[in-house]
Design a binder for this molecule. Structure first.
Ligand SMILES: NC(=O)c1ccc[n+]([C@@H]2O[C@H](COP(=O)([O-])OP(=O)(O)OC[C@H]3O[C@@H](n4cnc5c(N)ncnc54)[C@H](OP(=O)(O)O)[C@@H]3O)[C@@H](O)[C@H]2O)c1
Length: 333
């Protein structure tokens, strides 16, 4: 089967298209023929070596975190799926590899594809959908009537998170550049701030929740738009000790995480707000809930580009530009 692999870590390294044998199907695995694969910044961060400490993949390995496709084989312990089922998934860490003709994964990571989405649309959802779900529902417990500030509303996470927050009944503020204001408003944003012209800190006050996806300066400013008791959830770092516990980090990594997040945790404490880092994880059950919301029309995919599989490197370069409006997907089959 054809697959794009990372053969060497590095900023200048490109993925290589190679021929490999089909993956092994374990007891609780499903084998999926990949139709489309979503491209994420996480793919670039892993490939350039930024994530080596947290996710130490040994080269060579197949890259890719989002998939839609058809189940072609199931392990003897599989109970949720059968051959022929159309699924989508963000396979678990250490079992990634969706830039490939086939992937095997534990059945607990997958969900039935929303019936009203094409394969390309479905592949754009899992990683960003689960990120928004775990931030807004699990961590923030976002409730009707609360105010949330979602940064970069026109990006992959932002386009999904705005729609989920509106579905939950929140008031949503977001940032984007002038050209994307109409897009974020069409998704439901109540307040759209052009970050190149206006400073969100002077516009927003007394927010319950901030979903931070930008740099350190933005993270620190975000603390000041929260009301006392508010929650700052960051998906762009710094990782905190709670995350170290979640991934069972060794003692050295635990110390590193404590040091990396010490500054922001101290500032948050001083202002009486809560800071936490989120690194999303695979979750087929939550993805099934997302399927229901999509089938009910509450959330729609936002696709910027669909490129042919052979152009996976170009798709990654485009995502790395930071200008994507919603998601970028490669069509494998
Ligand atoms: N921890 C996790 O589990 C997790 C999960 C998913 C993503 N992430 C991280 O979260 C970040 C966002 O991911 P993503 O996939 O949503 O990114 P993305 O899709 O690449 O974001 C691109 C969008 O960001 C907007 N943007 C760029 N600079 C901005 C700024 N200063 N203020 C507001 N908007 C800005 C751009 O709009 P304009 O073109 O209008 O500027 C563009 O539409 C990344 O760092 C990613 O690695 C983390």
């Amino acid at each position: 089967m054809k697959a794009f692999i990372v053969s060497r870590y590095g900023k200048k390294e490109k993925l290589q298209l190679v021929e490999l044998v089909e993956p092994v199907v374990k007891e609780n695995d499903i084998l999926v023929q990949v139709h489309s694969a979503g491209v994420n910044l996480l793919d670039s961060k892993i490939s350039n070596g930024e994530f080596k400490m947290i996710l130490p993949y040994k080269t060579p390995f197949i890259l890719g975190h989002d998939v839609s496709g058809v189940v072609t084989k199931v392990g003897p312990g599989v109970s949720k799926f059968k051959p022929g089922d159309e699924i989508y998934a963000r396979p678990a860490d250490h079992r990634i590899g969706t830039f490939s003709a086939f992937i095997s994964m534990n059945e607990k990571d997958a969900a039935l594809k929303p019936k009203n989405l094409s394969m390309e649309e479905a592949a754009s959802i899992p990683l960003v959908g689960l990120t928004a779900w775990q931030a807004l529902i699990e961590k923030a417990n976002l409730k009707k009537g609360q105010k949330i500030f979602i940064q970069a509303g026109s990006g992959g996470v932002g386009t999904f998170a705005i729609q989920l927050a509106k579905h939950l009944g929140a008031t949503v503020a977001t940032t984007t550049s002038a050209g994307n204001i109409d897009l974020v408003k069409s998704l439901g944003a109540d307040i759209a701030i052009d970050y190149q012209k206006d400073d969100f800190e002077t516009v927003l006050t007394d927010y319950d929740i901030v979903l931070n996806s930008q740099d350190k300066k933005t993270l620190e400013k975000s603390l000041r738009v929260l009301k006392p008791g508010g929650k700052l959830i960051s998906i762009s770092g710094p990782p905190d000790p709670g995350f170290g516990q979640e991934i069972n980090a060794n003692w050295l990594l635990k110390i590193v995480l404590k040091v990396l997040s010490a500054g922001i945790r101290k500032k948050a404490k001083r202002l009486g707000v809560n800071f936490s880092f989120l690194f999303m994880r695979a979750h087929g059950e939550q993805l099934s809930q997302i399927t229901k919301l999509i089938e009910a029309g509450a959330i729609k995919p936002v696709l910027d580009k669909v490129l042919p599989f052979e152009q996976t490197n170009e798709a990654m370069t485009y995502v790395e530009s930071g200008r994507a409006k919603g998601k970028v997907v490669v069509k494998v089959k």
